[in-house]
Write a protein that binds this ligand. Structure first.
Ligand SMILES: C[S@@+](CC[C@H](N)C(=O)[O-])C[C@H]1O[C@@H](n2cnc3c(N)ncnc32)[C@H](O)[C@@H]1O
Length: 235
């Protein structure tokens, strides 16, 4: 059972993989995700890639232990460089949002209609969303979850070639359509995240007000986030 072997965060990424013939896990580290994808038959083959030799050796040992060396290829590479010949779907998890955007930007082969990626940023998620929407990628699904006291977002992304319009609030916490019908776990995780954002924003607003600096943008965001929090708490 993959859900028993993966962290909640990686299991959320696992669930969003569509199951391309060859799924590349960029920055694989331990290799757990490609192992589970192949082991449970969601992907017939996979690439476990990393920029650093040490994590790749960790992945190699885990893959060999599972007897999956013929189905999971190891690649020592920066981002998706050199993977265009094989990778039909990408997972990039556990990195900063700006690094993820940079890896995708350099991977020209992801700009093919319908190309699918699962992206799980640890930081700078608003910046990643903005970059994707500005550059022809559509966020088709977004999962919110809590894992060991941390809030995570996992994005399912398809290339369409068309940019997407968005508001500041969309960039901050994702589009409304992804919040419709959230399960209890998702609603709880998002509510906790919004409360933290409101706390930070409140400090910022007070600091700026004291210094006589305009804080209209922060105040508008505060109101928008408060309204979403109320609706999450009502449901
Ligand atoms: C925190 S680990 C995440 C491991 C796993 N993907 C996860 O989500 O649990 C980040 C990994 O990304 C690798 N990494 C960092 N920059 C990279 C890049 N430009 N290309 C490929 N791998 C990279 C690191 O070596 C490290 O193994």
């Amino acid at each position: 059972m993959p859900e028993a072997r993966l962290s909640r965060r990686l299991y959320a990424a696992f669930l969003l993989v569509e199951g391309g013939v060859c799924v590349a896990d960029i920055g694989t580290d331990h290799g757990y995700l490609p192992i589970e994808l192949v082991k449970c038959g969601k992907a017939p083959s996979a690439i476990a890639s990393d920029i650093n030799p040490q994590p790749l050796e960790k992945a190699r040992a885990n893959i060999e232990r599972e007897g999956l060396s013929l189905k999971i290829e190891l690649r020592l590479t920066d981002g998706a460089v050199g993977l265009e010949d094989r990778a039909e779907e990408l997972v990039i998890a556990g990195m900063g949002g700006e690094l993820i955007a940079e890896i995708v930007r350099k991977a020209e082969f992801t700009r093919k209609k319908g190309f699918h990626m699962v992206l799980q940023p640890m930081t700078k998620t608003p910046e990643l969303r903005r970059w994707l929407w500005d550059n022809g990628y559509r966020i088709t699904c977004e999962k919110y979850l809590e894992d060991s006291g941390h809030f995570y977002t996992v994005l399912s992304v398809h290339y369409t070639g068309e940019s997407t319009e968005y508001t500041t609030l969309d960039a901050e916490i994702g589009k409304e359509c992804h919040r419709v019908g959230l399960d209890n776990d998702g609603a709880y995780a998002l509510s906790c995240e919004i409360k933290l954002r409101l706390y930070d924003l409140n400090n910022k607003i007070q600091g700026k007000s004291r210094a006589g600096i305009s804080c209209d943008a922060e105040t508008e965001l505060y109101r928008g986030l408060s309204a979403i929090l109320s609706s999450l708490e009502r449901n």
